[in-house]
Structure formats: structure tokens, C-alpha cells
Design a protein around this ligand. Sequence first.
Ligand SMILES: [Zn+2]
Length: 183
Amino acid sequence: MLNKILILSLILFFITPVDAYARDRIPNHLRSLFESTDMNVLGISDVTIFYENFSAVSDERVETAQDIIINLKEHLNYDSVPHCQNLSVKMFLLDYNTINDRDVMHFLTWSDWGNINIWGAYDSFHNQSTAELYINMGVAETRFIKTIAHEFYHHFQDLTCGEEDEQAAVRFADEFCDIFDEC
Ligand SMILES: [Zn+2]
């Protein structure tokens, strides 16, 4: 169990402002991602979703993501609670190989979690007016949903200047999955 928690902590990470002091912002950090992928874009509930479009599975994942975003916002009272900053939200739904391509996703601090493959990431460091959620859609649907809940909660912590707490995000995703019974 302890191992499982540790692995979750490593895989689902949060780039904190504290981390930010130790590194430089990479200008145009998303260029390699946009250059190496063919992404579609749509908007749902003030979230811009960029997604790689390969197959019927990715279409299903995009539909699921839209439903989950709406559920998450309701569950968190997202529009009612006080926000301490304005952040536009971009969610990138990426193929397993894309999100784990160290050249494409070079702006993530891979060494911070032992350079293992990831399910998701949250970053508002490189573009400080934008919350960027990176989600691996090449996983089982239950894992996909739980990862969205986890990374979205990191965004919520950021938006409300709450404590940047990894275990709280793990707990939130578990609770969300229990309540909505989808993951
Ligand atoms: Zn996390």
C-alpha cells in the first residue's frame, strides 16, 4: 500500500512555485508539442481541450473528458468559490507516447519523479496566466477519469491559492470516483 501511494505521488505530480525558483521558464515551451502532433481543439465550460485525434477511442475519451469537467466543476462549486487569480484553462489529451516523449514534453522536470512515465501533469509555471493540464488518454478509462480529477484538483488548489498538497489531490480523485462511480 505504501508503495502504491509512493508511486501515485511520483506519477501524478504538481509543479509548485517552490520548484519554480530552481529553474528557468522555457520560452514557447509548447512549440515541440504542437509541431509534433496534429491536434484538434474544442471548448467546454471555459476549458479549452486540445486533443490528438487517432481513433474511435480518442473520440470516446474526448466525450468523457467533457462530461468529467462539468461534473468536477459542479462538485467543487468551481464558479462560486473565491478565486485568488485568473487562469485560463487548457487541457491536453495526449497519446501515451506523446505525453511520455521526453523531447516533446521537455519542459516537465522529469528528474523530479525519477524519469518514470506519467499519467498526467499540471503546470501553470511556464505560462502564468494559464493552467495547463496534461492527460494521458492511452490508459484505461477509469485511470483516465481519475487522472483528470487529480490534475483538475491541482488546478483548483492553484486557482484558490490553497495548499499545494499531493495527498489531497489523491484523496479528492478517490472521492470523486466513489461519488460518481465512473472510475
Ligand atoms: Zn498530483
